[in-house]
Design a protein around this ligand. Structure first.
Ligand SMILES: *Cc1c(COP(=O)(O)O)cnc(C)c1O
Length: 230
């Protein structure tokens, strides 16, 4: 079941990439497993998923501990509170949702304690919706400058989550805007940044995101089915 869905998603990712002249391996799949029990996540890993995306620290810790031996990579995609940063640094290879210097500073401190260089993305809120995390496009360059002095953080790129639309084409301008913002900021590596990653696109709109340059797509429902919140 999961294996079939996964194969369909991989085919669609490859097709979307090839149709805009990109290689299929230029897009990585983050399987978003929030609310899914560890057993389902284990099935997904055994079916070939290599990156899991989780939104809640406590839930992620339980699954990480249960599935640690399988050697998957875990990414944090939810809103991170500073007081949970130490767990995030312990578990996640990439934190997609950094949107303040305060949070970056705490992550840096926890990473230093563990002798780790924590990879992060800057989350950008392009729609201005109050319900979404992320900083404004104008805030990104100043934050990059400010984080530039933090020695245990590496900024790998940008992340965004457009408003929900029934028609994925309506999300396209947001994806193109994130891509353009990254191009304006430049891909030239600095001491602790190289903006190579664009995390954008979910079940309903990942093909449009890939056309706009996504390198990480975060897909939950199409792999695991509908989520049932307790
Ligand atoms: C839940 C979630 C996803 C996955 O959404 P689907 O529509 O189920 O693919 C992607 N990104 C973030 C930040 C999420 O919270």
């Amino acid at each position: 079941m999961i294996a079939n869905r996964l194969q369909q998603i991989r085919d669609r990712i490859a097709e979307a990439a090839l149709s805009v002249g990109r290689t299929s391996d230029s897009v990585r799949l983050v399987a978003v497993s929030k609310t899914m029990p560890a057993e389902r996540v284990r099935d997904a890993i055994q079916a070939g998923v290599t990156i899991l995306g989780e939104n809640y620290i406590q839930e992620a810790r339980e699954k990480f501990n249960a599935l640690y031996d399988l050697g998957a990579s875990w990414h944090f995609i939810g809103h991170l509170q500073s007081n949970k940063a130490k767990y995030a640094v312990r578990i996640f290879d990439l934190i997609h949702s950094v949107d303040s210097l305060k949070l970056a500073t705490v992550i840096n401190k926890e990473a230093a304690k563990r002798d780790k260089i924590q990879e992060i993305l800057i989350q950008v809120n392009l729609s201005g919706e109050a319900t979404k995390s992320g900083l404004s496009a104008d805030g990104v360059a100043p934050l990059l400058d400010a984080i530039g002095g933090l020695t245990h953080i590496r900024i790998r790129g940008l992340m965004t989550m457009p408003p929900f639309f029934d028609d994925p084409d309506r999300a396209r301008p947001f994806f193109e805007e994130l891509s353009a913002l990254r191009d304006r900021l430049g891909r030239q590596p600095t001491a602790n940044a190289d903006l190579t990653e664009l995390s954008m696109g979910m079940t309903g709109d990942f093909e449009v995101a890939i056309a706009a340059g996504a390198t990480l797509v975060r897909i939950g429902t199409a792999i695991f089915g509908e989520r049932h919140y307790p």
